[in-house]
Design a protein around this ligand. Structure first.
Ligand code: ZN
Length: 490
């Protein structure tokens, strides 16, 4: 059931219906080395798209074949557990049991034999399967077909594809209007003669023809390509272009940057495109709403679960609700000590619904919302940003409850990338996902959920103060690093 809840107009007005200034400042050299080249040094990746989560995983070579960690593939799709016993690895996904043996091609799934196109590899308790097996292996677990675009390593589960149309309108100046069947949030890079949109999290599929030609001298063509877990649309032009988003990310309009408008644009958009190569592509985001609300808290930290609702049983003694609370308190401490005032949604063992969490957060108008979960499965952290439902719209005086996050998706991504960088810096393994997790979709500010697993498979480590401090420090530093992009308290 969809319910619309009134959110005061004032809280969303400043974000604007049409987001301009989405011009990314990425040097041409920077982005091609990070994302688009197929050089030997580039990390191979696979992107997986489903109704449950969109995520990207690392792919590695073994015996001349590409392999992927099977647990990493399955975990975001549903409850998964593994038990390794010598050279055998038992895996349970939902109610499907499977058994794999190290060095063997043959596995047992649902009580039957299943042949892998390469040997199963067991390394440090992690099971790896040939990438080429996924199109037949995953349906065994999921019970639904998958489409694997192997040459670009993009795997679609179920009917999730995002389609688009492109049309040049002959206004003066002409503009290219691209309509997407679901909201998109690509990284955008400009270089002379070209504007590139790179889609990592969206299950975008090609139009009928890879090259689109338009009856326009200013914007003569656009091309679609896929590579290494990403899709790209490159728009060619003989004039500098800029992109603007509307309709909650379903429409991207690309037009020549008018001289006057470029001069009036706020500082971030004025940065020269060829700034020194940065290690990661950066996205400049719209300036935050400027409302004269009293300064409350910069961040809201949400310890998930609580009270009757215990969350996962992490071990015999350890309930998720207690672990998330101790993490939340430390995260608050670390934020406070960096001058980023933080508020805990719950500071005791009380239960709250997702709606209550979202309502309290939105009423507080923080710049950042951080939700904490804990898990005994896997290791390191999983970093979630919202995946908005298809067809949701927020129009009119009230913000649609299910897509309240739509105006902040870009800042949420900026926050998530910054957090990921800080975790990596501290050698904490991190995976980034998009998922329709509640209450992320209902939060109006930049929002992430962080699921914390132990550093190396031992659930007891989740209550180690040293590990909790390392994680909390990473989170606070990650927020601090992009503080200016997240804006001030609204
Ligand atoms: Zn949880």
């Amino acid at each position: 059931m969809r319910c619309s809840k009134p959110v005061p107009r004032a809280s969303v007005e400043g974000l604007g219906r049409v987001r301009l200034l989405f011009l990314a400042v990425i040097s041409a050299a920077g982005i091609s080395s990070v994302l688009l080249s197929t050089g030997a040094s580039e990390q191979k990746r696979i992107s997986i798209y489903s109704g449950t989560a969109n995520y990207t995983l690392n792919v590695s070579d073994r015996d001349g074949k590409e392999y992927v960690d099977l647990l990493e593939v399955l975990q975001p799709l549903g409850a998964t557990s593994t038990r390794t016993d010598g050279s055998s690895c038992r895996l349970r996904f939902g109610n499907v049991d499977a058994e794999f043996a190290a060095g063997k091609n043959r596995a047992r799934i649902r009580g039957g034999d299943f042949d892998l196109p390469g040997k199963f590899k067991l390394e440090n308790g992690r099971g790896f399967v040939p990438l080429a097996s996924l199109s037949t292996l995953l349906p065994q677990f999921l019970g639904s077909p998958v489409t694997f675009r192997e040459s670009s390593r993009r795997l679609f589960i179920g009917n999730v594809a995002v389609h688009f149309t492109a049309q040049v309108h002959s206004a003066n100046p002409p503009n290219l209007v691209m309509e997407f069947s679901s909201p998109v949030n690509p990284m955008i890079a400009t270089e002379p003669g070209k504007l590139r949109m790179i889609f990592t999290h969206e299950p975008l599929v090609p139009p009928g023809s890879q090259t689109l030609t338009f009856d326009s001298r200013v914007i003569p063509s656009a091309s679609y390509t896929e590579d290494n877990g990403t899709a790209e649309i490159a728009v060619s032009s003989n004039a500098p272009l800029f992109a603007s988003f509307s309709d909650d990310g379903r429409t991207i309009t690309i037009a020549p940057a008018p001289q006057k408008q470029a001069q009036l644009a706020p500082a971030p958009a004025q940065q020269p495109v060829n700034t020194p190569a940065s290690p990661q592509p950066q996205i400049t985001t719209p300036p935050p709403a400027t409302l004269s609300a009293p300064v409350l808290y910069f961040a809201v930290v949400d310890a998930s679960h609580g009270g009757e609702e215990r969350g996962a049983a992490l071990s015999d003694q350890l309930a998720e609700k207690d672990v998330t609370l101790s993490f939340a308190r430390l995260v608050k401490q670390n934020l406070d000590s960096r001058g980023l005032s933080a508020q805990l949604l719950r500071d005791g063992d009380v239960s709250m619904t997702a709606d209550q969490r979202a309502t309290l957060t939105n009423t507080a108008h923080p710049a950042v919302y951080i939700c904490l979960h804990a898990s005994s499965e896997g290791n390191g952290v999983r970093l979630y940003t919202a995946m908005l439902p298809v067809g949701g719209e927020s129009r009119g005086p009230f913000l649609d409850w299910d897509t309240a996050q739509s105006a902040s998706r870009a800042t949420s991504q900026v926050l998530a990338s910054s957090l990921a960088a800080q975790f990596e810096k501290r050698q904490i393994s991190v995976r980034s996902l998009m998922a329709p997790l509640r209450p992320l979709n209902n939060i109006t500010s930049a929002a992430v959920a962080i699921e914390i697993a132990p550093p190396s498979g031992n659930a007891a480590d989740l209550s180690s103060l040293q590990y909790q401090q390392l994680i909390s420090e990473s989170i606070a530093s990650g927020v601090l690093a992009v503080r200016d992009k997240l804006g001030t308290v609204r």
